[in-house]
Design a protein around this ligand. Structure first.
Ligand SMILES: [Zn+2]
Length: 164
């Protein structure tokens, strides 16, 4: 039987398995995410764009908007996506940027998620560890950022104010 992921909307065969504490998803979607992560953890080359994978997945699984952890997770990961994709921040600088953002996370407000995501983890997972891994995760990250376009102005302003 298929199950729709409550985060990204991917419709996948239902499986039993773990899900993240607050990034609400189906078990099958979380498994797809973990497949991508496993390939990245075992390759220095793929690790380079690891933050794009994490940010795209987090931005697609916003969870409960009344839970502060969820609000902050979505805001922080969108802000880092913005830095990577719009500001061309260097991959090696993105973790330090995230730490700086984290100090201001309580100022992030809840955002209404887009109704639909163009590309999801289950689309990328079959390419995990293949020569297409980096291009597929990049497509996924860019599509996710585009899907959130209603909130680009807010995220850009917040990120620019807190990145320095
Ligand atoms: Zn999902």
């Amino acid at each position: 039987m298929d199950e729709v992921c409550p985060g990204c909307g991917a419709c996948l065969p239902a499986i039993d398995g773990p899900v993240h504490k607050y990034m609400a998803s189906s078990a099958a979607c979380f498994a797809a995410f973990n497949e991508i992560l496993a390939a990245e953890y075992s390759s220095a080359l793929l690790m380079r764009d690891h933050s794009l994978t994490v940010d795209a997945y987090a931005a697609q699984h916003p969870g409960d908007p009344s839970d502060r952890r969820c609000v902050q997770s979505v805001g922080l990961h969108l802000a880092r996506l913005y830095m990577a994709l719009e500001r061309n921040a260097r991959p090696q600088d993105l973790n330090a940027i995230m730490l700086r953002f984290g100090k201001s996370k309580t100022s992030l407000r809840a955002l209404t998620a887009p109704p639909k995501f163009q590309i999801t983890a289950s689309y990328v997972a079959p390419f995990a560890g293949t020569p297409h891994h980096l291009s597929k995760t990049r497509d996924w990250a860019m599509a996710t950022w585009q899907d959130w376009s209603d909130h680009h102005n807010y995220i850009a302003r917040w990120a620019d104010a807190h990145a320095a």
